[in-house]
Design a protein around this ligand. Structure first.
Ligand code: ATP
Ligand code: MG
Length: 138
């Protein structure tokens, strides 16, 4: 089933100037770009986006990292988009991610892992609304 998901190219990947490579890999994987924004997250946006993790010990550091520089946010569409993006990203910890995954190729560690991807169709819908409120994509 054709489906939408949300990705964020995180501040580490932007600092490393690999956002073009990441977008090209996603296009090569058959994702269609439906929406695209570059922004520097406010603290309140990063806190809200990762609110599910607010009780975790790494939360303050995660918010600091996600607000440490600009990010690129994209709404992507493809067959089985949510699961396929998670597969292309690789596991959370970049040091354990296979070399052919985005995190294996462009991530550094468990925090600086280059990309975000929605983890369920429900969360994808909410995350797309979070960054593209009211958008009517072609
Ligand atoms: P994302 O939600 O960004 O796609 P994920 O679903 O693979 O990543 P989550 O468990 O949702 O992983 O964690 C969200 C983000 O918090 C991670 O991508 C990473 O940047 C950071 N993070 C997760 N676990 C840790 C940890 N143990 N120490 C430091 N940072 C962490
Ligand atoms: Mg997650």
């Amino acid at each position: 089933m054709r489906q939408r998901t949300l990705t964020i190219i995180k501040p580490d990947a932007m600092r490393n100037r690999v956002e073009g490579h990441i977008l090209q890999r996603l296009l090569d994987e058959g994702f269609e770009l439906k929406g695209l924004r570059m922004l520097h997250l406010a603290e309140s946006q990063a806190e809200g986006f990762y609110a599910v993790h607010r009780e975790r010990s790494f939360y303050p550091e995660l918010v600091r990292f996600m607000t440490s520089g600009p990010v690129i946010v994209a709404c992507l569409e493809r067959e089985d988009a949510v699961a396929h993006l998670r597969k292309v990203m690789g596991p959370t910890d970049s040091t354990k991610a296979p070399q052919q995954t985005l995190r294996g190729q462009f991530g550094t560690n468990i925090q600086e892992n280059a990309v975000h991807g929605s983890d369920s169709p429900e969360n994808a819908a909410n995350e797309i609304k979070f960054f593209f409120p009211g958008a009517k994509f072609d």
